[in-house]
Design a protein around this ligand. Sequence first.
Ligand SMILES: C[S@@+](CC[C@H](N)C(=O)[O-])C[C@H]1O[C@@H](n2cnc3c(N)ncnc32)[C@H](O)[C@@H]1O
Length: 307
Amino acid sequence: MFAKYHVKAQEFDPPLDWEGLFGRSGPLVVELGFGSGEFLIQNAIEHPSTNFVGFETSLTCMVKLQKSLSRLGMNNVRAVLSDGKFGLKELFRDKTVDAVYVNFPCPWPKEAHRNRRLYSKTFVDTLASVLKDQGSFHLTTDVQWYLKDTASLLIESECFSVKMSEALNKNVVSTRYEKKWLSRGKVIYTLMAVKIKSASIKRITWEDKEMPHVHLKNVCEDKVKALRDKVFHEDQESVFVVKNVYSNVDEFLLRVISSDNGFQQCYFVLIQKRGKSYIVKIDPSTIPYRTPTVKKSVFKIAEVIQS
Ligand SMILES: C[S@@+](CC[C@H](N)C(=O)[O-])C[C@H]1O[C@@H](n2cnc3c(N)ncnc32)[C@H](O)[C@@H]1O
């Protein structure tokens, strides 16, 4: 019943055909971290001819949004359960997005958590790439330093014209977090950046879209079992670890966590006997984005378990 709203982006070849997924063309607006979905729903109601895409990392929020969309019978919203930074970069073609909204992002104030913040040079380059000319980025937050840091990066890029403002005791986006901070007397800060120049970015999932798999004549069981807790650290940007090894008659299932430049995924690699040989591949129960590290993990595991 809710399936039409949830886009399982990992199952498609990137970039996604958003017009195909909506079944129509129209302006494209993206919200990162939609939370309870108030902003997405309100805007989708007010702009029925616009296609809205939301990203969230919380399954609870995702389910809540789908229920609301279904109850309201809406057709112009789709949602992806993924890191919004990664999604915006990998799932959209250049110059196809009209506007990107972020409302009350988690600020991650500790220096040790800096990498978890939404803004970075890569994020700004992504905006300057996927937004149409004159497309806009909108940030609303209660954290002034967060807004200023984001503004500095946008200005430094020379790709945006930036405007900032403050709102006291006033609803700007009417989300759950806005209500919470206003009720505590906080000031709400907003930023709007209009794209004036493009940037180019490299996508890590757009080339070589093959599902990684390897056929092996023989597999050494001891070598498979020895993979538990083994870390493969190719370079700074690419790391994977085999967290667990489960065995069954004629097959092994390896739980793997990979990181591509900080973008983490968890999935299973299956080693399965097929007649007299073996196949090593991603287990279909957990489909990750096919990043360079995900592909590397399948090939490397196959390399080290051969007998
Ligand atoms: C502080 S809440 C704000 C929610 C909503 N925008 C609002 O104004 O009420 C931040 C939301 O961002 C989501 N989030 C955090 N990191 C994210 C990421 N990298 N990509 C997508 N969503 C993310 C969290 O799960 C959470 O729902």
